[in-house]
Design a protein around this ligand. Structure first.
Ligand code: SF4
Length: 488
């Protein structure tokens, strides 16, 4: 018997409604976990390093468990639950191929197919943190036109079937254009999930309620550890405001997380067990993103970068957080094995970045553009697919494939150092120089041709590769177990 689209919809609705019953939900999640384990670790059809498959299993199921815990504690606004079960699972995931035949075709052909975009709609910020990658402050008021933002979100959904958008800073809650705020965008694109990075200082009770009422939005609040470290980088009094924001979000039932930037000065203090237990215990954070300071943006400084030894030590602590503490935790660099290496330049399952001017870039941390989305693409009758076809993007994806993405486990390059610009700077620089990339900003311009800078940056990458080589070989490539240990 063939079930029509209407029948399918009714069945999905009934199934999802059943998950409101606790034991049905338990069964559903357990089945999901087993399926993920089977696909990633047992089958491992792409022959990826088994340790990386195991880590993917942990992070995905950690997120599922965080969500389940909140549901059972009745800690989520009804809008959040409904969005996840009805919109995300019912409409988006189960019907993805039917709704996006062109994207499904691209997926089949292994063409570039980004899963999400990160967009910084405004450079403006009410803080001015040390070493901000965006060089944001109150004085930097550059803002993207709302119509452009709108068109980009629409195109990425229609061309790539992408329903996930990351909004970065400046401070997104300060965005205003044509009478619209960022919340208007979240509301209009109810078929997108929005993760937005925020300094948290503008999330009062009213704002928290507004975010909760949307259901498709999750903030990641930037902290640098406890009060001393946070206020040292972000300004006096900021930590207290962050704690207030967290209470407001919890009260409103928002699914929220945190993000950190590790510098040489704070890396040994953030992420200790006390911090993790507090933020993922009583404060109720559900996920965490870790950035390591990059010498781009305001006042680039190699001395703020974490040392190769610190990066190695960080790897151990991060694995402890993921496997023993059961937290959804991703480090953009050390977490390379979880994402099969670098995900920039619109790689399949990856992403690309657009800044407040509309500059199209492969990644937030690659300050080189292939052009402005309006003047170089839309105004010339081109679309977002044309961004993916530029030489710079194409060459970067080729680099990713050759380094590790398309390699079997035994031949894959060390994915703890996955980053072309940070970990393999000389190779990156050659790609950028031999393509249609233009540096954005004075620092990028200077470093583009500064042989000393290129050499120093490359040297750091080589040292990190050396410091993590044994981990890559023993913990990822040659690991013997076929199933994750029962750590959780
Ligand atoms: S370029 Fe570097 S930071 Fe960006 S996605 Fe790739 S590995 Fe991550």
């Amino acid at each position: 018997m063939k079930i029509g689209a209407k029948g399918k919809k009714i069945l999905t609705k009934v199934g999802l409604e059943l998950t409101r019953i606790n034991f049905v939900m338990d069964y559903f999640l357990k089945w999901g976990e087993k399926e993920i384990l089977k696909q990633l670790v047992v089958k491992n059809e792409r022959g990826r390093p088994i340790g990386a498959q195991e880590e993917k299993y942990y992070v995905v199921t950690n997120l599922m468990k965080a969500f389940e815990k909140k549901l059972k504690e009745n800690a989520l606004a009804p809008t959040v639950r409904d969005w996840v079960f009805n919109k995300l699972i019912g409409d988006i995931i189960l019907n993805w191929a039917d709704n996006h035949p062109e994207a499904a075709e691209r997926r089949k052909k292994e063409l570039a197919l980004p899963q999400f975009m990160t967009i910084s709609p405004t450079q403006m910020c009410n803080l001015a943190c040390t070493g901000c990658y965006a060089a944001s402050s109150k004085k930097t008021a550059v803002t993207l036109d709302y119509d452009i933002l709108d068109k980009v979100i629409e195109q990425k959904r229609d061309l790539w079937g992408s329903h996930f958008t990351v909004i970065s800073g400046g401070e997104p809650l300060l965005y205003k254009s044509k009478g619209k705020t960022i919340l208007d965008l979240f509301e209009k694109y109810n078929d997108n999930f929005f993760l937005f990075y925020t300094n948290g200082t503008l999330i009062d009770k009213t704002m928290a309620q507004k975010i909760a009422s949307l259901g498709n939005v999750s903030p990641a609040i930037s902290v640098e550890g406890f009060e001393e470290e946070t206020d040292a980088r972000r300004g006096k009094g900021v930590y207290k405001k962050i704690l207030e924001a967290i209470e407001n979000l919890k009260e409103a039932g928002v699914f929220y997380g945190i993000s950190f930037t590790a510098t040489r000065n704070n890396v040994d203090k953030i992420l200790n067990d006390e911090f993790v237990d507090e933020f993922f215990g009583e404060r109720g954070a559900a996920f965490a993103w870790m950035f390591q300071y990059m010498p781009i943006g305001r006042g680039p400084d190699f001395d703020l970068m974490i040392t190769p030894e610190q990066r190695r030590n960080l790897w151990f602590q991060e694995r402890h957080i993921i496997k023993d503490k059961g937290v959804f935790f991703i480090d953009f660099w050390n977490g390379g094995p979880i994402s099969d290496g670098c995900i920039s330049a619109g790689r399949k399952g990856g992403y690309l970045y657009m800044d407040w001017h509309g500059n199209m870039m492969p990644c937030v941390f690659i300050p080189y553009t292939v052009g402005n989305v309006k003047t170089d693409f839309f105004d010339k009758g081109k679309d977002l697919n044309d961004v993916l076809e530029t030489t710079f993007f194409t060459k970067l994806r080729k680099w990713q494939e050759n380094y590790s993405y398309k390699k079997l486990s035994s031949e894959a390059g060390n994915e703890i150092v996955p980053c072309p610009i940070r970990d393999h700077h000389a190779e990156f620089n050659k790609i950028a120089r031999d393509s249609d990339a233009t540096p954005v900003g004075k620092t990028a311009e200077r470093s583009f041709k500064d042989e000393e800078f290129i050499k120093d940056f490359d040297e750091i990458g080589k040292k990190v590769a050396e410091a993590t080589k044994d981990l890559w070989e023993t913990e990822y490539q040659k690991i013997k177990t076929k199933e994750p240990s029962k750590a959780q």
